[in-house]
Design a protein around this ligand. Structure first.
Ligand SMILES: *Cc1c(COP(=O)(O)O)cnc(C)c1O
Length: 452
């Protein structure tokens, strides 16, 4: 058995982890997470850390759930793998498809599987083009996304997203356009919410007119932008957006990789926000992260056209519709149902978080707090009035995050925003601890840097 020091050495010598500055990482080393239970992760130095990020926005039912472990074990014994390529499928996938159709908005009754959110979004890109080609409009190819949008890390998904740094390292610029998101903290100014919803949505109309509706296949948006910094749209934004999509005959894609499976107090944010997307991306909370799986929900309108027209859709992965992942997803959904986690979020913890986070408003470093369901952000600023942001952006957020982690609270920093996305099984006491520890991290940061 390798001991603790060996593990750090193996890591340092041989592992290049995602989204890392390798030079910096090799100097500072990585934290090895050894095990987890409930809402707490443990590292190899013996630290216990409350996981207010649910892993990476995904461990919705918390850690150590036997129901999911047993579902995987049972399925591995029965049928660990078989492909779904050549007119074959498996029982868990058939059941999961029916289950997803039953919990999704009414018009979404068809499912295509993949293994990650990125792959699901790549699937969507190919699918919408296939759809328009079958409709006799193959020139409708461009997809409009939003700045700060995150749709994954494959080249196509990252191109569709709006993360500048990712575009700079490699992007397909010909096929994607981006508009400014309704990021109130930066852009709302003196506008009322209703005005801001309208002016933000109008950017889509302007972009469509600029590019030409006959070239545009779809618009994609996360109902709440996650990795972009928990950007919550003002009421009415998506109503305007959907009207514009309908007017110009452009498909509307909701990327619910984070907002799906209860995080906003319904199965999907499409229900919370009254959206009728043509396609929905699912991943993360689908299996609570226990095994990889993603899915695309396809509307009746699109599916029936594909089925009527025929013609092979040349797309799929070796592990599309993996039986073990499907079995875990089913157990996960069942657990969310039997424990009433969605009602728990809707009626108890989401309102509690919304009011608890306001305690931080008066802190000298805090420019804004906001939450939607069990997603929250605390924006740090140099001066409250303005507000004046830190320059460079991100250094103070990272400092504050490190204080939080060292104090036993796992949060994430996006630019200078502190992000929360706790498991749905979080109790109000867990929220109290989270806010208390976050306040301590803010204090420690303020003691260190003052106002920059
Ligand atoms: C995480 C995420 C993705 C990408 O999922 P991966 O499984 O990392 O490929 C896509 N969309 C959204 C909204 C996400 O948060």
């Amino acid at each position: 058995m390798p001991n603790k020091t060996d593990i750090h050495l193996f890591e340092k010598r041989h592992h290049l982890p995602p989204f890392s500055d390798f030079k910096n990482l090799k100097e500072e080393g990585t934290r090895i997470i050894t095990h987890a239970e409930g809402h707490t992760i443990f590292d190899s130095d013996g630290n216990a850390i409350l996981d207010a990020m649910a892993g990476l926005w995904c461990v919705n039912v918390g850690y150590g759930r036997d129901e999911l472990v047993n579902a995987a074990t049972k399925q591995m014994h029965k049928l660990p793998y078989y492909n779904s390529f050549f007119k074959t499928s498996n029982e868990p996938v058939a059941r999961l498809s029916a289950k997803l159709a039953s919990i999704a908005p009414e018009h979404l009754n068809h499912v295509i599987y993949a293994n990650s959110g990125s792959e699901a979004n790549d699937t969507i890109i190919r699918l919408v083009r296939h759809y328009w080609a079958l409709k006799g409009q193959p020139e409708k190819r461009v997809i409009i996304g939003r700045e700060y949008g995150y749709h994954g890390s494959t080249i196509m998904a990252a191109s569709m997203g709006g993360m500048k740094a990712m575009h700079e390292q490699s992007a397909n610029e010909a096929d994607f356009e981006h508009i400014r998101p309704p990021y109130g903290f930066l852009y709302q100014g003196n506008q009322t919410d209703a005005q801001f919803a309208e002016t933000s949505a109008k950017l889509l109309r302007d972009k469509i007119i600029e590019v030409g509706a006959d070239k545009i296949a779809a618009f994609i948006a996360e109902p709440v932008q996650g990795a972009g910094g928990v950007i919550i749209p003002p009421d009415g934004y998506f109503k305007h957006i959907q009207k514009i999509c309908t007017e110009f005959d452009i498909l509307f894609i909701a990327d619910e990789v984070i907002t799906g499976f209860g995080r906003t107090g319904n199965w999907f944010a499409s229900q919370t926000m009254n959206l009728t997307p043509d396609l929905v991306t699912l991943a993360k909370g689908l299996t609570s992260g226990y095994v990889p799986m993603s899915a695309v929900l396809v509307s009746d309108k699109i599916a029936s056209h594909l089925i009527e027209e025929g013609g092979e859709f040349y797309h799929g992965f070796t592990y599309s519709g993996h039986p073990v992942s499907a079995a875990v997803a089913l157990a996960n959904i069942e657990l969310i149902e039997t424990e009433g986690l969605i009602e728990h979020v809707r009626d108890i913890t989401a309102p509690y978080l919304a009011s608890a986070i306001k305690q931080l408003d008066s802190h000298p470093l805090v420019g804004q707090t906001r939450s939607f369901g069990l997603l929250a952000c605390v924006e740090l600023v140099r001066h409250k009035s303005g507000p004046v942001l830190f320059d460079p952006v991100g250094a103070v957020g990272t400092k504050c995050r490190d204080h939080a982690i060292n104090n036993g609270l796992m949060v994430r920093a996006v630019r200078d925003g502190m992000i929360l996305s706790p498991p749905l099984s979080f109790q109000v006491q867990d929220i109290d601890i989270t806010i208390y520890k976050l306040k301590q991290a803010l204090d420690a940061t303020y003691a260190e840097i003052g106002n920059g």
